[in-house]
Design a protein around this ligand. Structure first.
Ligand SMILES: N[C@@H](CCC(=O)N[C@@H](CS)C(=O)NCC(=O)O)C(=O)O
Length: 244
């Protein structure tokens, strides 16, 4: 049995982290049985979640978990794709994980109102005398990582421009297809629905969310895939936006 080490549900999402969500959806796509265990990122070989344990082997990072699953369980999440389509799927996935996800990370952590109602509560279970210092330290590390990645060097307007460019690209690439690369789900769909649900959750208010809500194909895709992969989770979006 595979153990998926995760943050757990938060922010109107079945899982707080888009990368854990990606791995969880790929496990579901593969039909591999797994248990989900709440973990601290410090327990991971790479200091981040997700990581899995499979037959005593620990594998960290959603991309290398996917590689491990494909190699050891005889899977190919992209089996329906041609070589060119595989290359396109990889390029889109990199755009979503290495560029777009930083803009959603900014919305959650570095917009003070969103931080206060969201990630700040990750530390509520700590002893009251420790919580403020740990909270401030984690926020400082998130800010430094966002600065190193580049996104936190920009103004809010510029960050919105970057996120919105990826949403526009993704909407055009998806078109009216049921899945990102066509008629069948592939590995990329796990990343795409994970980051889109993270951007669309009504838990956080942001201009980026409003931009995402303006693409009916992206909202319909997200709702459809959330229902497909998390049938027991009550995924909801802002009703006003959904009706618009
Ligand atoms: N490249 C990694 C990214 C994972 C990642 O960024 N995880 C974040 C949560 S979304 C994390 O564990 N952060 C804690 C930390 O960096 O201390 C993957 O694909 O798994």
């Amino acid at each position: 049995m595979i153990t998926l080490h995760a943050f757990g549900p938060a922010f109107g999402l079945p899982e707080a982290s888009p990368y854990v969500t990606k791995t969880e959806i790929q496990l579901k796509m593969a039909g591999l049985p797994y248990v989900k265990q709440i973990a601290n990122p410090a327990a991971s070989p790479k200091g981040q979640l997700p990581f899995i344990e499979d037959n005593g082997v620990k594998v960290a990072d959603s991309t290398f978990i996917r590689l491990h699953l494909e190699r050891t369980h005889g899977l190919d999440f992209d089996e329906a794709l041609s070589p060119v389509e595989r290359a396109q799927a990889w390029a889109i996935e990199r755009m979503l994980e290495n560029q777009f996800a930083w803009t959603t990370n900014h919305v959650r952590w570095l917009v003070p109102e969103n931080f206060e109602k969201g990630p700040a509560h990750f530390f509520d279970a700590l002893p009251p005398e420790q919580a403020p210092a740990v909270r401030a330290d984690v926020l400082r590390r998130v800010r430094e990582a966002a600065f190193a990645a580049g996104v936190a060097r920009h103004t809010d307007e510029e960050i919105l421009y970057l996120g919105a460019k990826s949403l526009a690209a993704l909407s055009l690439l998806l078109g009216d297809r049921p899945y990102m690369m066509g008629e069948r789900p592939c590995g990329l769909d796990a990343t795409a629905v994970a980051v889109l649900a993270g951007a669309l959750t009504p838990f956080f208010e942001s201009d980026l969310r409003r931009r995402a809500e303006a693409y009916p194909n992206l909202t319909a895709y997200t709702d459809r895939l959330m229902a497909q992969f998390y049938p027991d989770f009550a995924w909801t979006r802002d009703e006003l936006a959904a009706a618009a």
